[in-house]
Design a protein around this ligand. Structure first.
Ligand SMILES: [Zn+2]
Length: 482
């Protein structure tokens, strides 16, 4: 080899290695995996199989999406305890709770009893530190109905019943969220905190504009609690008009689901409702702004108590399907209080989920548009080039989808300091006859994210549902990059 070529190629190699060093390779993992498999063994697997340098430890949730073993009905992966935890899973907070940070909230009793007084951060942090791995606390907006005092924090539905979801405008919930980030930041030597809320406002919810959105009863939309109504009045929105508008919208959706076509068609009738009741959109934006204010308040609290701790958000997969929800994920706005954003780009389960969204929206917003035409329209407006509606549940979406989504987010974040970490799908459950992850699919998705300029990738949703070979696909991509 000529000396100059040798110098150039080793320089290129060094630069590539340096670039890889700076990239965040994260994985989401719940307490059960460390309990079942042992901390050192799990961390060995992460480092050896996938070059992971950052742990996203699920420290709080009542859901099974990020905590617990494989969900029932799905095949067990090739590691971990070979059984389901259906009967034993409860959830809650998997670390110690300092009551000093929860004085201003009625929600005080939320320690996960699943593993006694096991504290996942105490168990993992020393080993992670020794290996030079970072640790981020990862928690989500998912609750049970039998948590003590929870009813005081719950959202109110249009039909006046309590929802299982909690209200961002309820001072008890706001205080709890701020207590959570303070508890983690002050009590543990962590590198960051990520929180996620996989929800949207009443307008999109009524229309079933999400994957899995076709099942909802439109009179169950939120939030009409006294805190939200007061906030609405302060903004000049009349809550009674909003309720009347949402009741009319619920009737429109009920008829659409029953395939009773309005005289002037679905799209025209929906526009007539929106023009008659501008409160429909105002209420949607009230909800979205309340979420943004929650993000900003949590960010502020962390910066006050420990500025070195980064804080950012998991952005729901619906961002890839519903244009209304995408419009609400204004990254220029979010960047102001986000040290990082995990933008969900789960390529494999996206096929099944996008098809689900289309089938739901095809009975409401676009009730007159044949489903394949509706999907083609979405490919245009969302800027995807993917397969037909009949195919995508069985093929998933391509790495090109990940590239386009990461590229779009990268451009939207131009000039911002916010780190962009696409969420990559490894074995997120799909129906038995639908597309499954493969090592090469994972590899290509990771490469696409970096080709689009991502600062890292976050392997999702939880290690306890991942097959080791598919995790290895991420490692293969990192080797190619380095
Ligand atoms: Zn409310």
């Amino acid at each position: 080899m000529l000396r100059r070529t040798f110098v150039q190629s080793s320089l290129a190699g060094a630069l590539a290695a340096a670039a890889r060093e700076n990239k965040m390779i994260g994985i989401q993992v719940g307490a059960v995996s460390f309990v079942d498999e042992g901390v050192e063994k799990v961390l060995d697997i992460f480092q050896q199989r996938a070059s992971v340098n950052t742990l996203f430890v699920a420290t709080f949730t009542y859901g099974r999406g990020i905590a617990g073993r494989q969900v029932p009905g799905q095949p067990l992966p090739d590691h971990g305890k070979q059984e389901y935890d259906t009967a034993t899973f409860r959830g809650g907070n998997f670390t110690k709770i300092n009551p000093a940070y929860f004085r201003n909230t009625a929600l005080k009793d939320f320690r996960a009893p699943d593993f006694g007084d096991y504290d996942v951060l105490e168990a993992v942090l020393p080993s992670a530190r020794k290996r030079g791995m970072k640790t981020i606390c990862w928690f989500e907006d998912v609750f049970r109905e039998d948590v003590p005092n929870i009813a005081r924090l719950q959202e109110k539905q249009l039909n006046d019943r309590n929802a299982t979801t909690l209200c961002f405008n309820n001072p008890d919930y706001r205080a709890w969220l701020l207590g959570m980030v303070e508890n983690y930041a002050r009590s543990y030597d962590i590198d960051g905190i990520m929180w996620g809320s996989e929800r949207q406002g009443a307008f999109s919810n009524a229309l079933g504009a999400s994957h899995g959105g076709g099942r909802g009863d439109a009179t169950r939309v939120t939030c009409f609690c006294s805190f939200c109504e007061r906030k609405a009045r302060e903004r000049g929105i009349n809550p009674e008009r909003a309720r009347a508008g949402f009741q009319a919208l619920a009737n429109f959706v009920r008829d659409g689901r029953a395939r009773k076509r309005p005289v002037d068609g679905y799209h025209v009738t929906l526009w007539r409702l929106m023009l008659r009741y501008p409160e429909l959109l105002a209420w949607e934006m009230l909800w979205t702004d309340s979420l943004r204010e929650t993000y900003a308040a949590m960010h502020k609290r962390v910066k006050e108590v420990k500025p070195s701790v980064g804080i950012g958000w998991h952005i729901w997969h619906n961002n890839s399907f519903n244009p209304i929800y995408r419009a609400e994920q204004d990254l220029t706005e979010l960047a102001k209080y986000s040290d990082f954003l995990k933008m969900v780009m789960y390529h494999n389960c996206a096929g099944e989920r996008l098809a689900g969204y289309i089938r739901s929206a095809a009975q409401t917003i676009y009730g007159d548009v044949p489903e394949q035409e509706l999907l083609d329209f979405h490919y245009r407006v969302l800027d995807y080039k993917e397969k037909s509606l009949a195919e995508i549940p069985r093929t998933g979406l391509s790495a090109d989808y990940v590239y386009r989504e990461a590229k779009r987010a990268r451009m939207a974040l131009t000039g911002a300091k916010t780190q962009l970490w696409p969420g990559i799908d490894i074995d997120i459950p799909t129906a038995a006859d639908h597309s499954k992850c493969t090592p090469d699919g994972t590899r290509q998705a990771v490469l696409a994210a970096f080709r689009a300029g991502a600062d890292g990738v976050l392997l999702s949703r939880k290690y306890s549902e991942m097959k080791l070979a598919n995790l290895g696909g991420a490692g293969a991509a990192m080797k190619e990059l380095g």
